[in-house]
Design a protein around this ligand. Structure first.
Ligand SMILES: NC(=O)c1ccc[n+]([C@@H]2O[C@H](COP(=O)([O-])OP(=O)(O)OC[C@H]3O[C@@H](n4cnc5c(N)ncnc54)[C@H](OP(=O)(O)O)[C@@H]3O)[C@@H](O)[C@H]2O)c1
Length: 392
């Protein structure tokens, strides 16, 4: 038994509670004293382009916005690949320094235990890593009443069995998992597809440039007098590529997105169902990361110069993903596309999605915009958190 009492701001509140209800009682006292603004307690995995921006955006949110939306997000912990830092009262602007000085090493089981033994409620994990190890922890998070927001695509794009296990636990436990940024960074593509699917409009085809990094690379390479490797480097330095840009060129990342979108439309597809053109032909098969690839820089540039020379006037290169529901095919190919089309005229690192449905006929719904970048992706994860918080 505990006696909880608080007399901040002239109010005196006392409650006698048992061990089991301690968390709840502390939160009731807290909200009585500080008002009824709901609070999400966020533990963030990943402090890179997306994760670091997300934490900074949350900490920079003005009080008036917190009041208007009636939702506070308290960052109680951050983990990177080496260590973690945790503070029940919330981390402040010096979180990077605190994390760098931490001696505590991170694994999911330890972090779940830490979160469970705290007084916190409404706990959400943000996965802004590209780690399979963290994706493998989702079932444990959900089983421990922890909700999830993720820019990491791995849990949604691996085997269908794992994807389905997550859905079963979400339903059984009544937990929440939002991942709008898995495809198209901050663009509302997953949400739009969900709404079309739920409104019984039959999506017949989905086609587009799904990768911001590959969009940037081919948009620029097609029209600039610059080597392929220089443009790849520019994309990496601008934070558009995956942590390992070879993953972009293998097409794996686009394939993951295609699988995620197909599954949103109820298709039970497996990674092996995607027929895709690898952007690194046979001779580069040994390249596993960026430094390996740079050893082959000259032959890579020569290969893509030949592709450019083969283009007809008014054509540009685009790495196009397509889901044809009638033919049951998932494909990704480097295509020569007419400049005057929607796909041919995209710029910068824009992603573009054409959604063909029965109701819209030959005129697809087009969703277009920044398809990569730490800041916009972090905003997308932030907006998933708000959506999730409003369900509490
Ligand atoms: N950047 C974009 O434009 C974009 C767009 C859409 C989606 N995404 C997705 O967002 C995710 C993050 O991308 P990013 O660009 O932010 O990558 P990043 O800058 O490389 O950051 C990755 C972060 O994950 C951490 N990490 C790796 N393994 C971990 C583990 N086992 N436990 C805890 N932390 C771990 C890394 O730790 P260290 O700091 O110790 O290395 C790093 O802080 C990826 O899944 C990516 O596909 C990115």
């Amino acid at each position: 038994m505990y006696l909880i009492s608080n007399s901040i701001s002239g109010e005196h509140i006392s409650l006698v509670v048992d061990n089991q209800n301690l968390k709840k009682a502390v939160n009731i006292v807290h909200s009585q004293v500080f008002g009824v603004i709901k609070t999400i307690n966020l533990f963030a995995f990943g402090k890179g382009n997306v994760g670091g921006n997300l934490i900074d955006q949350i900490l920079a949110t003005p009080d008036e916005v917190v009041k208007r939306r009636n939702l506070r997000i308290r960052v109680v912990g951050v983990a990177d690949s080496q260590r973690y830092v945790f503070n029940e009262s919330g981390l402040g602007h010096n979180w990077r320094e605190e994390l760098a000085n931490s001696k505590a090493s991170a694994d999911c089981a330890t972090i779940i235990e830490t979160l469970e033994s705290s007084v916190l409620e409404n706990i959400v994990v943000a996965d802004n890593t590209s780690s399979q190890e963290i994706a493998n922890c989702y079932l444990d998070f959900l089983n421990h009443q922890i909700d999830i927001v993720a820019s990491n695509k791995k849990a949604n794009s691996g085997s269908y069995e794992v994807y389905n296990d997550i859905r079963k636990i979400l339903k059984r436990r009544g937990r929440l998992f939002y991942y709008e940024t898995n495809v198209g960074a901050g663009l509302p593509i997953i949400d739009t597809l969900k709404h079309l699917y739920d409104s019984a409009d039959q999506v017949v085809k989905l086609r587009g440039v799904f990768s911001g990094s590959l969009s940037y690379i081919f948009n620029n390479f097609s029209v600039r007098d610059e080597s392929f490797s220089n443009i790849l480097e520019e994309a990496k330095n601008s934070g558009f590529t995956e942590p390992n840009p070879v993953e972009d060129l293998l097409g794996t990342d686009v394939a993951r997105k295609l699988i995620i979108l197909a599954r949103e439309l109820g298709l039970e597809v497996e990674p092996a169902d995607v027929k895709m053109q690898n952007l690194l032909p046979e001779e580069f098969a040994a390249c596993k990361d960026y430094s390996d690839l740079l050893n082959y820089r000259d032959s890579l540039d020569a290969y893509y110069n030949r592709k450019k020379e083969e283009l007809e006037a008014n054509s540009v290169l685009r790495y196009v993903a397509e889901l044809d529901i009638e033919k049951s095919t998932l494909s990704i190919n480097l295509e020569a596309v007419d400049r005057s089309t929607a796909l041919g005229s995209i710029k910068n690192a824009d992603a573009l999605f054409e959604i063909f449905t029965e109701s819209y006929g030959e005129n697809p719904i087009i969703i277009q915009g920044a398809g990569a970048g730490g800041e916009v992706t972090a905003r997308g994860v932030y907006s998933d958190l708000i959506r999730l918080g409003h369900k509490y």
